[in-house]
Design a protein around this ligand. Structure first.
Ligand SMILES: Nc1ncnc2c1ncn2[C@@H]1O[C@H](COP(=O)(O)OP(=O)(O)OP(=O)(O)O)[C@@H](O)[C@H]1O
Ligand SMILES: [Mg+2]
Length: 146
């Protein structure tokens, strides 16, 4: 487990970028969990910039998934804030994405808990003591279980 505190959105973006560059490889799944405005999308912007994505990165609230092209391959960005039931996921073929060789980044992943692979990163966001502070915990889930 790695625990960080960031002050301001740029530090969260930078943390996402260094996490991506040091840890992520094709096929990885990253579950991002935390309340509204806690920094999930900023962290994903960082991941994408760390991996050389040039497309605009924003939450795919209505389309469910955005696809970007990185230096190492495809990135799929999901946001399940508005998902009503996990059965909606079979409609978009979620399983096919998860087991694809691309990288999956999933905001509000706690809403689809049962459908996540056991081998993944969990990134947990909480609001800090001031408006600009966030606590960010990164867990490599399989590593924890061992
Ligand atoms: N340390 C920080 N890290 C990240 N964002 C911060 C920080 N301090 C302030 N902010 C602000 O908090 C907001 C975070 O927004 P962001 O869209 O990343 O949150 P989110 O968790 O994706 O929210 P949602 O659940 O609505 O998708 C931004 O407005 C950003 O400027
Ligand atoms: Mg978001």
């Amino acid at each position: 487990m790695e625990k960080w505190q960031t002050n301001g959105e740029q530090e969260t973006i930078d943390l996402g970028a260094s996490f991506a560059k040091t840890k992520l490889k094709l096929g990885d799944v990253v579950a991002l969990i935390g309340e509204l405005g806690s920094g999930k999308t900023r962290f994903i912007k960082g991941i994408c910039s760390g991996l050389g994505v040039s497309e605009h990165v924003s939450s795919p609230s209505f389309t469910i998934v955005n696809e970007y092209t990185s230096n190492i391959g495809k990135i799929f960005h999901f946001d399940f804030y508005r998902i009503a039931s996990p059965s909606e996921l079979s409609e978009i073929g979620f399983d096919d994405y998860i087991y694809d060789e691309g990288i999956c980044l999933i905001e509000w992943a706690n809403r689809v808990k049962d459908l996540l692979p056991s081998n993944r990163y969990d990134v947990l966001f909480t609001l800090g003591d001031s408006d600009t502070v966030r606590e960010i915990v990164i867990n490599n889930v399989n590593e924890e279980i061992k």
